[in-house]
Design a protein around this ligand. Structure first.
Ligand code: SF4
Length: 410
């Protein structure tokens, strides 16, 4: 494969358009200079299209007409290990086919119940097992939450996410009633509503759907293999069961992971594999990077290399082309240029506002100024048309038989 690719490169270098005489190189001349640079005649023919540069899984992904969920780990590994600039370029092309390329979804995430969680997620400030100095609170009053949603809306956010630090919703009838009132209130503001409340069953998912819930967040966090070294109090399959309840209720699934939990590249591939082989791709895939919290087992963890973050985002974009890929926790410590590279690699959503759960968040004003500088704009709700969110997942063979890239209507 490598030598075929090398041959293609050689062919590109020696390609000459008919009628164009290329001057011989002298010394260490960098550019080939046409021998007739002063001709006023326009070229008689347009240049030939470039030779196809990509082969294998990336070429298939570039030609796919719909998302597919029959990825193998080996195929995802091939995508992940593509030379990085080539991977970013392909991810960017795929992004443009499935999404408005300048639109970034703005979400604001509010903690509606802080701390005191019985789980042992080793990165989390809100686990009651670790001394992080965080004070546990009860569920916030409905009006206080809706007031925060109104502020978020006034600042341009069109999705309002509400997080509660619970293991699950068992025996929380009153809390669920209040959360449903929050969901309905947020929808009445014309915003999308998302909650993250831990594990839920089918009946609770249906109640939330009936209240108007747009999306439910429940991350798988990392690969199935690495998961037990991060969390021991609930299993990977329990997480997947909640995701299934959410999907079955007709609520959009928001699920992703956290990078920098001591994993390796196999786990990044494994994370994308879990998500890209769900029966339907998640509507939203948050990619977080660890924000180390003193007092947690991962409190002294060194930051993950940035190239692994971009690579994972690009791989997620290639393998789940119709999903929103969310640049989530950890963005606050990224330079503007790093953030832009993530957007080029296919990320198209952020959390913005005063806080992101218990950690700092990039503020609305600084995000607005940054987006203006780079020609980005907030995604309108109507740009998330239902057909994009629920793009049919087709088999690989259907995608492969497509002779040319087809545009995916918004
Ligand atoms: S379940 Fe959520 S709130 Fe509880 S410890 Fe884990 S990440 Fe933190």
């Amino acid at each position: 494969m490598a030598s075929r690719h090398g041959l293609r490169s050689l062919q590109r270098v020696t390609f000459q358009h008919p009628g164009l005489i290329v001057a011989p190189r002298t010394f260490s001349t960098v550019h080939d200079v046409p021998a007739t640079p002063f001709s006023s005649k326009p070229p008689t023919e347009p240049p030939a299209p470039p030779t196809a540069e990509r082969t294998g899984q990336l070429a298939k992904a570039l030609n796919a007409i719909a998302p597919r969920n029959d990825w193998t780990k080996e195929e995802i590994q091939e995508v992940y290990e593509t030379p990085l600039m080539e991977l970013i370029s392909a991810a960017s092309q795929i992004h443009k086919r499935f999404h408005p390329p300048s639109a970034i979804q703005l979400c604001t995430l509010m903690n509606i119940k802080t701390g005191g969680c019985s789980e042992d997620c080793s990165y989390c400030a809100q686990s009651s097992r670790y001394s992080t100095g965080l004070k546990a609170t009860k569920l916030s009053p409905v009006e206080e939450v809706l007031a925060a949603a109104r502020i978020a809306k006034a600042n341009g956010s069109n999705r309002f996410c509400m997080g509660a630090a619970w293991r699950d919703m068992r025996g929380r009838k009153t809390n669920l009633k209040n959360i449903k009132a929050m969901v309905t209130g947020v929808r009445e503001l014309g915003m999308e509503a998302c909650v993250t409340l831990g594990m839920i069953d089918a009946a609770q998912a249906k109640e939330l759907k009936d209240a108007g819930l747009t999306a439910y967040n429940h991350n798988v966090d990392t690969s199935r293999e690495h998961y037990p070294s991060v969390i021991t109090t609930r299993s990977y399959d329990e997480r997947l069961a909640t995701i299934q309840h959410v999907a079955d209720a007709g609520i959009h699934v928001c699920t992703g992971g956290i990078l920098g939990l001591g994993e390796n590249k196999k786990d990044h591939i494994g994370l994308v594999y879990t998500l890209a082989t769900l029966p339907a791709h998640p509507e939203s895939v948050p990619i977080n990077t660890l924000v180390p919290i003193k007092g947690t087992p991962l409190g002294d963890t060194k930051p993950i290399a940035f190239d692994a973050v971009v690579r994972t985002i690009a791989t997620a974009r290639v393998c789940m082309p119709g999903s929103i890929v969310r640049l989530a926790a950890g963005r606050v410590v990224m330079s503007e240029e790093k953030q832009m590279l993530c957007f080029m690699a296919g990320a198209n959503a952020v959390f913005t506002g005063e806080k992101m759960l218990t950690t700092d968040c990039n503020g609305w004003d600084e995000d607005k100024a940054m987006f203006d500088r780079w020609g980005l704009r907030p995604m309108e709700s109507e740009e998330l048309k239902p057909e994009r969110k629920t793009l049919k997942v087709e088999s690989a063979s259907a995608a492969e038989t497509s002779a040319e890239p087809a545009s995916v209507a918004a």
